[in-house]
Design a protein around this ligand. Structure first.
Ligand code: MD3
Ligand code: FE
Length: 214
């Protein structure tokens, strides 16, 4: 067996920074329950392209579930209890997601993490996410847990200043990333997704970020 196969089957947590942990394949054990839970969420709140405050259409399409959802429009970025498309509350956050995020956070050293918001990003081949900080949540003391599904991505892991150098970290189907503490406000982004078809997810990448937003 070649080394990369061994890595897949004996995936160990990787400490990317003091408070950033990559858990390779952590979501795979519960992939089908997770996808079963996502289906009704995305039926009730389909992916849409939001406008940036500058009036540009975001390349990433997104949706949310949970008590709060991240929204962007001409008046800025914020968390909202209602879906601006349906005018209704966001779909409930599936328990399988809350529990998976809580276990991942605990494994990375953040005990007692209970998400109240899940931002769901949808990438087609060619879609990228430019360098930014996540700073719309109430309390930066809570970590964020990210679940990557589908086509592989390269994420850019930067520093606390936009101009800091970035590291390129591959993220694969089923990988879970937890970051908090002093890493919570690092700049980060995603390089354009390479063309491809994922055997389970098709021609897309989906990223779930579980947050304590309120
Ligand atoms: C945070 N999503 O939704 S998540 C976002 O893959 C977002 O869709 C990306 O950024 C995505 O706000 C990335 C993983 C991630 C990676 C590195 C980080 C989040 C990070 C470094 C510092 C802070
Ligand atoms: Fe982000």
């Amino acid at each position: 067996m070649i080394q990369s196969d061994l890595d897949l089957f004996d995936a160990h947590p990787q400490q990317l920074a003091a408070h950033t942990t990559l858990l390779p394949g952590f979501a795979l054990a519960e992939l089908e329950p997770l996808l079963d839970a996502l289906r009704p969420v995305l039926r009730a709140a389909p992916f849409r392209h939001m406008q940036t405050p500058g009036g540009l259409r975001m390349a990433v399409a997104l949706s949310n579930c949970g008590a709060l959802g991240w929204v962007s429009d001409a008046s800025g970025y914020r968390y909202s209890a209602t879906d601006p498309v349906s005018g209704k509350p966001w779909p409930a956050l599936p328990r399988v997601l809350v529990e998976l995020a809580s276990r991942a956070a605990a494994q990375a050293g953040f005990d007692g993490f209970v998400a109240d918001a899940c931002l769901i990003n949808h990438y087609l081949p060619g879609t990228r996410l430019s360098l930014h900080q996540d700073r719309d949540e109430q309390d930066y003391a809570h970590p964020i847990v990210s679940i990557s599904l589908g086509l592989p991505a390269v994420f850019l892991f930067g520093g606390l200043q936009r101009s800091d150098r970035t590291r390129r970290i591959p993220l694969n189907h089923g990988d879970v990333l937890v970051w908090g503490g002093e890493d919570r406000l690092r700049f980060h982004g995603v390089l354009p997704i390479k063309p491809g078809v994922h055997p389970r997810m098709g021609e897309r990448r989906i990223n779930l970020t579980l947050r304590k937003a309120g």
